[in-house]
Design a binder for this molecule. Structure first.
Ligand code: NAD
Length: 480
């Protein structure tokens, strides 16, 4: 069985108390690893080593081109370990082999992207009034706590690690206690790549213990968090003590708007992918499908017919199109939302049950599920279920579509399906969300900003915006 330990100041480290946590394969409920359960003392040590490495170490002072070489080396090692990382991600999180393989490819690309970007610095040098000459430069923020969720364990870690390291910060990564396996593998790669001691540290353990220590510590300059909106709110409060910088990438309840003039084949394909990719455990899932009244029935019929044919099974089986939910607790939460939908009077058009046939009997599988006849105030319409549960809504015309789409506290993602380009642009510009699509869903690139409006977060990851989240900006005025 795998033994997972922390990595602090360039050394593998067991926790200060001998606490362990079982890590479970969600496809069959078996224990696959024992993970160290870090304590607040461990978190303090990681913070102090990261602080030392920032204040006295070579990393922040290194030429960007030299830091970039480390990042390229890490990317190459991610490629070399592609198959093993894919296997481990499927084992730990449950996602299909195809989904996990995509994450590993994107992770390597993300390191290459930021290695390139840090070599193309932005700044200003201008003659200012009163004979001064002014320079505007970017500097690292300092010690960064990076807290990530369980749905993309490797990729979410890399989306933060790559820009934070490129910018010259020292970091402490805190993966989800449910899915720490690929984070440990990532740190083996950092170790092989020879990152200086203390630059990248790994804490394992519970959010309320080690995560909270990162959020409250006065020696942490920045928290970059991805996870649930309620946790984001708690972190914001904890971070207020030393007014540390925060970036929050939170939940969503994203609208997928289908007009009557859409290409129906394309719209049905993407609506299915929008909600059932990752078994719906994706922050940007198209979990609300808004269909123009005149095509509602035909659209729902085609969607449900296809949803019933999706092959649910272990991610390790190439025939599986949708894997299990990440844990028993999370499966029970999703099933309770399905029960709530029925109680609220919504109409179940497909799915609704746990799948326990044959080899799936001990896994946390739930059928692809969809509800129609919803109202805008139902809990299944307003709250993030984070599972394979689509809710259909209807609208009368363009204005009504925009109103229904924006009737949510969230603002992460959204899409529009229509063959009328002018309408597509008019509507997508009115959708209050940070990540949007026209006639497609879930396409994403490391080059462009990722993040939400409203209660879906603060700040942006990825692209040049993702680098700026890990930089301070300084003006230097010189009297010539
Ligand atoms: P979560 O909020 O429960 O946990 C996320 C991380 O925060 C974990 O590492 C956890 O240990 C830690 N944590 C928990 N309590 C903490 C505390 N008090 N202080 C510091 N850290 C704490 O989220 P989850 O259940 O792991 O992930 C699912 C959520 O993540 C969903 O809401 C989803 O929408 C969101 N998400 C958002 C994005 C995005 O880019 N916007 C991406 C992926 C997931």
């Amino acid at each position: 069985m795998m033994q997972l330990t922390m990595y602090i100041d360039g050394k593998w480290k067991n926790p200060s108390k001998d606490n362990k946590r079982d890590i479970i394969n969600p496809a069959n409920g078996e224990v696959i690893a024992e993970a160290a359960e870090g304590t607040a003392e461990d978190a303090k040590e990681a913070i102090s080593q990261a602080k030392r490495a920032f204040q006295d170490g070579e990393w922040p002072e290194m030429a960007p081109a030299e830091r970039a070489e480390y990042l390229y080396r890490i990317a190459a090692k991610l490629d070399e370990n592609h198959d093993e990382l894919t296997r481990l991600e499927t084992l730990d999180n449950g996602k299909t082999h195809t989904e996990a393989s995509f994450d590993v490819t994107e992770a390597a690309d993300c390191f290459r992207y930021y290695a390139g970007l840090i070599r193309a610095p932005e700044g200003q040098a201008v003659d200012a009034p009163e004979s001064t000459h002014t320079m505007v430069v970017h500097e690292p923020v300092g010690v960064c706590g990076l807290i990530v969720p369980w749905n993309f364990p490797l990729l979410m870690s890399v989306w933060k690690m790559a820009p934070a390291l490129a910018a010259g910060n020292t970091v402490i990564l805190k993966p989800s206690e449910i899915t720490p396996v690929t984070a440990v593998k990532l740190f083996e790669i950092f170790d092989e790549a020879g990152l200086p001691d203390g630059v990248a540290n790994l804490l394992l353990g519970h959010g309320a213990v080690v995560g909270n220590e990162l959020a409250t510590s006065h020696d942490v300059d920045k928290i970059s968090f991805t996870g649930g909106t309620e946790t984001g709110r708690a972190i914001m409060k904890s971070a207020a003590g030393n007014l540390k910088k925060i970036s929050l990438e939170l939940g969503g309840k994203s609208p997928n708007i289908v007009f009557q003039d859409a290409d129906l084949d394309t719209a049905v394909d993407h609506a299915l992918f929008g909600i059932y990719f990752g078994a719906g455990q994706v922050c940007s899932s198209g979990s609300r499908i808004l269909v123009e009244e005149s095509i509602h029935d035909v659209f729902v019929e085609r969607f449900a017919e296809r949803a019933k044919k999706i092959t649910v099974g272990p991610g390790s089986d190439p025939a599986s199109e949708m894997g299990p939910l990440v844990s028993e607790d999370h499966m029970n939460k999703v099933l309770s939302y399905i029960a709530k939908g029925k109680e609220e009077g919504a109409n179940l058009v497909c799915g609704g049950n746990r799948v326990q046939t044959g080899a799936l009997k001990d896994g946390y599988f739930v059928e692809p599920t969809a509800f129609t006849d919803t109202t805008e105030t139902m809990r299944i319409v307003q709250e993030e279920i984070f599972g394979p549960v689509a809710v259909f809504q209807t609208f009368k015309d363009e204005q009504d579509a925009i109103r229904v789409a924006n009737n949510t506290d969230y603002g992460l993602a959204g899409s529009v399906f229509t063959q009328d380009s002018a309408k597509a642009l008019r509507v997508i510009k009115k959708v209050r969300a940070g990540i949007t699509w026209v006639n497609t869903y879930h396409t994403n690139f490391n080059d462009f900003p990722w993040g939400g409006y409203k209660q879906s977060g603060i700040g942006r990851g990825l692209g040049k915006y993702g680098l700026e989240e890990f930089q301070e900006v300084k003006q230097i005025n010189i009297n010539l």
